[in-house]
Design a protein around this ligand. Structure first.
Ligand code: H2B
Length: 111
């Protein structure tokens, strides 16, 4: 199986299927540092990345932002002193698509 982070994101479409059940559990097992959470009724992936200070957290945040723009798939990122909280979900389907798991794996590689 190709490493999840090496998969390409497919274009987000409003009729794209949400990831559920067995497939979701398998994908979650590949990104064990991420939580499966509900925010405003939408399922999302969340991980808190910790750093020595604000500047290092900011540099990581910028790398994630560059990745997102390159893939046209964007997270929510909360930047704080010593922390960056990243949440991935697909706006168009109001939940989790395989793209979100790919982007979470790609985010881990930036850390
Ligand atoms: C118009 C633009 O391509 C779309 O809105 C893209 C932008 N980035 C996106 N990011 C995420 N996470 N979900 C989307 O549905 C999405 N759609």
């Amino acid at each position: 199986m190709t490493k999840l982070s090496q998969h390409a994101c497919e274009a987000c479409r409003s009729d794209a299927p949400k990831v559920t059940g067995q497939e979701k559990q398998e994908l979650l097992s590949v990104i064990p540092d991420w939580e499966d959470v509900m925010v405003d009724g939408e399922e999302q992936l969340r991980r808190v990345f910790t750093f020595k200070n604000f500047v290092e957290a900011q540099a990581f945040t910028n790398k994630v932002a560059d990745l997102a723009e390159a893939e046209n798939h964007h997270p929510a990122i909360l930047l704080e002193w010593g922390k960056a909280t990243v949440r991935w979900w697909t706006h168009k389907i109001g939940g989790l698509h395989k793209n979100d798991f790919i982007m979470a794996a790609r985010t881990d590689e930036l850390y």
